[in-house]
Design a protein around this ligand. Sequence first.
Ligand code: RAM
Length: 348
Amino acid sequence: MKPLFALLACAGLLLAAGCSKTDNTAPTGGTVPKPGGGAAPAMPAGKKLTLGFMPKSKGNAYFISCKQGADEAAKELGVELLFDGPTDPDPAKQNEIVENWITQGVDAIAVACENKEGISTALRKARQKGVKVVTFDSDATADAREFFVNQATPEGIAFGLMDEAARLTGEQGEFAIITASLTAANMNEWRKHIEARLAAKYPKMQLVATRPSDDLKDKAQSEATALLSAYPNLKLIMAICSPAVPGSAEAVKQAGKAGKVLVIGLGLPNENRRYVKDGVTQSVILWKTVDLGYLTMQATAAVAKGELKAGAKSFKAGRLGEMELQGDNIVLGKPFVFNKDNIDQFDF
Ligand code: RAM
């Protein structure tokens, strides 16, 4: 952890959790209740848990960074981690992988859902077969999983974006959103709160368009290019999925509009550093993706072992310390704003 990040996290500015060291004991065995009554046979002593970890897409740097934290937790806990997912976002492929994991008889799975309704049927089936299910990043329906590991509250993310857009534009003018898909549940939740904040606080700002990028950089770049010609008075592009931030920045740069059309969004410092330093992108907002993957695996293992159950108020998440639960949500913490002044202190 870089010094500034560590400081902020420990000060409670970034994460709700503390910074205590992990207790690495990983109990095995015991009797695990199965959904629908009955009990699974006790796990043979010393049996290694097998946990699946599925991103929306394997090619997305955001999820590669999450995997780093998942690997760290798996190593600490002595569990086997299966990492699989579509190469590019593909809901049908996600369902297929869930089915494979059911057949393989894995103990638990963690999934970032591309299509909320679509995957929930497969996840419910997994639960019926005794596979514990946790979602992260983007949720399924509540009855299709035990817990959702959320990166931050939707209001925290949306108000952070909207307030930053308002600050940078002097609360005036046209802006556009580039999202992942128009059905992406996490982005749609954030959009709802962005629009509510806009309506409540910024009457002189106008959201002129919301365009999908399918969570792909090249598509985001062509959408941003189209927005620049369709809206000559555009003041800012807000890219709310990670590949869309560098995609939008590249479009603005190539159009020679750096500094005239501002770019902000939810992105990784490493993917945006160049554009932030060149003044094309003003601010990037994100949570610590490594910690999101780490927390997810800690929670998934705890659920698989029967240590984390519905109704729990908190659980111990290794190096992140005691995490409080909000109902069936485990919230990582508050998002953080990266800009020219601090981006060099972060490496993910
Ligand atoms: C994308 C993913 C993910 C989202 C981030 C900000 O890479 O779609 O769901 O949380 O961006």
